[in-house]
Design a protein around this ligand. Structure first.
Ligand SMILES: Nc1nc2c(c(=O)[nH]1)N[C@H]1C(S)=C(S)[C@@H](COP(=O)(O)O)O[C@H]1N2
Ligand SMILES: [Mo]
Length: 215
């Protein structure tokens, strides 16, 4: 068994046992319940880190939208990129404060593709075949980005460069690395970890870690 398979097996086993559920309430605190602060940035993925050049990178945007389109790297650079500071929270219990990002606010992208009124969910798909699902509101949040830089440097390959999704108010598994496609959906569908025991919603302040907590 490869390390990758072991990691996936371990995480599935945690999901089955409800491991890391603290049952604590932290109210308005910055650190969500059951999390601990780190200053490093751990790398987590399914073991394949696609090597996508900025020249080869393209984002397909399709589904229940009025303006289906493909964005390339240059088109993305020509859009109104912003700097944004946010915290990240991984379900494996580490959190990292004050990450400096640069990217395109996903709400700007929503304005550009014009979701149909019946569009309510989005499936993010990546170059490593990873998928994760989100409610459309997650992309309307002010600090959700198509991220291209972290701490003033191009996003590295291991962290999902050239372009990853960043949805800082949800556990980090919702932030798809090596983003390749966004599919707007009228009905919800579960992505990779959501089918493998993780919570569909992933709100760290509600400690929505595992599917078994969904009632
Ligand atoms: N494409 C892709 N995106 C992914 C993953 C993955 O395996 N493939 N793993 C997710 C998980 S489980 C986590 S915790 C974060 C980790 O991001 P990082 O490696 O930059 O810390 O990426 C998420 N996005
Ligand atoms: Mo994760």
């Amino acid at each position: 068994m490869t390390n990758k398979d072991k990691l996936i097996r371990t995480k599935r086993a945690w999901a089955e046992k409800g491991q890391h559920l603290s049952g604590q309430e932290t109210g308005q605190e910055r650190l969500p319940p059951g999390q601990r602060l780190v200053t490093t940035w751990p790398v987590l993925d399914l073991g394949v880190q696609p090597d996508i050049t900025t020249q080869a990178w393209q984002l397909q945007i399709e589904g229940a939208i009025k303006k289906p389109q493909t964005l390339d790297w240059q088109q993305l650079q020509d859009m109104p990129l912003v700097d944004s500071v946010s915290d990240m929270h991984c379900v494996t219990t580490w959190s990292r404060y004050d990450n400096h990002w640069r990217g395109l606010p996903t709400r700007v992208l929503l304005d550009r593709v014009e979701p149909k009124t019946e569009a309510r969910f989005v499936m993010a798909e990546s170059f490593d075949s990873y998928t994760t699902n989100l409610p459309i509101e997650a992309l309307q949040a002010e600090d959700s980005l198509l991220a291209v830089q972290w701490e003033g440097k191009s996003l590295t390959r291991e962290h999902g460069g050239p372009v990853r999704l960043l949805v800082p108010h949800l556990y980090l598994w919702k932030s798809a690395k090596w983003l390749r496609k966004l599919v707007f959906m009228t009905e919800d569908q579960r992505g990779f970890w959501e089918k493998n025991g993780y919570h569909n919603h992933a709100d760290p302040w509600k400690e929505e870690r595992y599917a078994q907590q969904e009632s």
